[in-house]
Design a binder for this molecule. Sequence first.
Ligand code: IPM
Ligand code: MG
Length: 369
Amino acid sequence: MSRTYPIAVLPGDYIGPEVMAEALKVLRAVAAKSDIAFQFDEHPVGGAGIDAAGKALPDTTLAACEASDAILFGSVGGPKWEHLPPAEQPERAALLPLRKHFGLFANLRPGICYPALTASSPIRPDLVEGGFDVLCVRELTGGLYFGQPKSRQTLPDGDIEVIDTMVYRKSEIVRIAHVAFRAAMGRGRRLTSVDKANVLTNSVLWRETMNEVAKEYPEVKLDHLYVDNAAMQLIKAPRSFDVLVTENLFGDILSDEMAMIAGSLGMLASASLGQPKGDGLYFGMFEPSGGTAPDIAGQGVANPIAQILSAALMLRFSLGLEAEAAAIEAAVRSVIQLGLRTGDIFTGAPGTRRVGTQEMGDAITAALP
Ligand code: IPM
Ligand code: MG
């Protein structure tokens, strides 16, 4: 009997809806080839939520997420809403609350440089050739993003003081450590923990805890890097990494760096997961790691691959549809191999052709095995 999966679809702003349309196209084609169906429940979020319902995360949008097996998210924010007070901005009033509300503490960002894309990487080809393939495991609901107090005040002398607080509990470090070690077990069994233990009390506990959890995974080789050194090593020796694990803000920064090494932010998918449910699957939110790209919105040129690969991660982690997830990943690999390139990954290399958002989505749909 065919099974229907309810999915909350939150395209968001600027290029969000453009790339989302391509991901839905691919998912519909996947469903048509198998015995499954998706019920897409589309709702405004971010700036679109503000415009439609007066707030970035409308109640009906949150209710739809709660009623779904997973959230497929585009991206939010942009110049249209920048005049709003910081706390009402789409990112802070929609994206972060969604992550917190659903306890999505584990953010997985797979950075892969396909062999055919080495020319799109700004890194010297000999450093990425032979495959750059790193998984960044970013802690997503702690640290500076959420720590209290957070404030801004004008002092009696007229100066302005701002405070962001970095808070982690050991239990939060333990649970992300397990996610990272398990991921490393399923890959090259090497884990690099990134911190700033030479300066931050937070990082000292982070490092101690990683070493402690490591005892449960003797097959995994764990090492530690300070974040500044990690940023350098990623550029110097990108292939020396397997799995990275780090706290929220460091992971935000390093994952953009990783995406660029792999060719483009437009290729970097992400899965934000909570604790596993009883069936081994996760409730999760799946979104491209990049932003809304207002500068290219409305032109039909954005790269939909990060959104499409995020949909594949959704099939794998939230729905348990491994074969279908792998089919999407294979289709992406094959159109890259065929030479199709959106502007962000187009270098003019022989055998490649510049295409728009829809043509890329169509080609990936047609390439589904
Ligand atoms: C990301 C984004 C977000 C983050 C922003 C939009 C709040 O950069 O998902 O990496 O910092 O987490
Ligand atoms: Mg980011």
